[in-house]
Ligand binder design. Structure first.
Ligand SMILES: Nc1nc2c(ncn2[C@@H]2O[C@H](COP(=O)(O)OP(=O)(O)OP(=O)(O)O)[C@@H](O)[C@H]2O)c(=O)[nH]1
Ligand SMILES: [Mg+2]
Length: 362
């Protein structure tokens, strides 16, 4: 999974990036803020289940899922400023599966500003999509004229859908808010609309607001996000970044004294999994224990394809034991003897925590 961090200049994107990755990328005060800089890192998805399986099998290799994070500096104060670095920036965000939208709530401002900050970025993404749709529609007008038969009707379908998008975006509404059928989703699969991406909002709060419950300054932003079904979390980026640099024992102590229950990395990754409706399955053995990430509602062949297209192509059966049964019986064979192993076919709906051995033949 790949998440992109967005937000206005100096809102704490790089601080949050550092807090998640434990890296030390230069923050705004030390960077010029005028040129576009990109920080990319990959963090391991901490999963107790993988730890357990690794202990059980003592494999040569243990592979956790990966969470890739992209942080880009907003060039210039003016978000609307037209320059190449901005389109470069938006392009790197287009490649992401989800967006983490950071809002500066650590500086003293009135509550409206937080919501405005959110809307500024949202508008930027909407305008970018509007321009994509506009260009495509212009091209489609010509293509539709030339095309015939089946191709023509496909292009007309696309045209109608994009016209719907256009009117919606023109009202400054994100594509995310439109209800789309599976057919429609298929049509736009090749596009990477920013305002369609699932988004998680991080209120980057000040140190002194750390344990302030129902902070009135945040009320307006929270109400807006709730009514738009956009998930929201609060972090103090600065403290989280400092925490990450500490040795584990000191970290635990400081977390307790500050009343921080869960580390930012785990919490954000968990939220992103939920946001994208992702689940994990595991392959286990003496050679390797590995976690795989797939969309919820994937069937067995889709899970198999994640490993290798050959396994999906030559799929015979999936031998499945759920993680909880492996814990219960403590051994694959014991679980099998007790009837916990199921032989599943191509259409089997994968569950979060399935441990799978694919039988295939190519
Ligand atoms: N007090 C306080 N300061 C913070 C917090 N988060 C970020 N800052 C400060 O705000 C400034 C900007 O933080 P950055 O993380 O560089 O912001 P950015 O969004 O990456 O900025 P650009 O990349 O230039 O767009 C830095 O001086 C940080 O130290 C916070 O939670 N509390
Ligand atoms: Mg930055």
């Amino acid at each position: 999974m790949k998440a992109g961090i967005v937000g206005l200049v100096g809102c704490g994107k790089t601080v949050i990036f550092n807090a998640i990755t434990g890296l030390n990328a230069p923050v705004h005060a030390y960077s010029t803020g005028s040129k576009s800089e990109t920080n990319i890192a990959s963090v391991i998805v901490n999963d107790e289940r993988v730890n357990f399986l690794s202990n059980l099998y003592k494999p040569k290799k243990t592979v956790y899922a990966n969470f890739e994070l992209v942080d880009v500096t907003m060039p210039g104060k003016e978000l609307g400023a037209k320059d190449n670095s901005k389109s470069e920036l938006l392009n790197s965000l287009r490649q992401c599966d989800a967006l983490i939208h950071v809002i500066n709530c650590f500086e003293e401002k009135n509550g409206d500003d937080y919501l405005n900050a959110f809307k500024d970025i949202e508008t930027e993404m909407i305008l970018s999509d509007l321009s994509t749709v506009d260009k495509r529609l212009t091209k489609l007008t010509n293509d539709v004229k030339r095309a015939q038969g089946n191709e023509k009707s496909q292009l007309i379908n696309e045209q109608e859908l994009l016209q719907r998008f256009y009117s919606h975006l023109e009202e400054e509404k994100p594509i995310r808010n439109l209800e789309l059928s599976n057919e429609e989703l298929k049509i736009i699969k090749g596009y990477t609309f920013l305002s369609e991406k699932k988004m998680l909002v991080v209120a980057n709060i000040g140190e002194k607001d750390l344990n302030a419950e129902n902070n009135p300054k945040l009320a307006k932003l929270k109400a807006f996000l709730a009514s738009n079904n956009i998930p929201y979390v609060e972090f103090c980026g600065q403290i989280e970044m400092e925490l990450k640099q500490l040795p584990p024992s000191d970290k635990q102590e400081l977390m307790e004294s500050l009343g921080i229950k869960e580390e930012i990395t785990d919490k954000l990754i968990e939220k992103c999994y939920k946001l994208l409706n992702l689940i994990s399955f595991f392959t286990v053995g003496e050679d390797e224990v590995k976690a795989w990430t797939i969309p919820n509602n994937s069937v067995a062949t889709e899970a198999a394809r994640k490993i290798h297209s050959d396994i999906a192509r030559g799929f015979i059966r999936a031998e499945v034991i759920h993680f909880s049964d492996l814990v219960k019986f403590g051994h694959w064979n014991l679980a099998k003897e007790n009837g916990a192993l199921k032989l599943e076919g191509k259409e089997y709906l994968m569950r979060d925590g399935d441990c799978v051995n694919f039988r295939y033949n190519v």
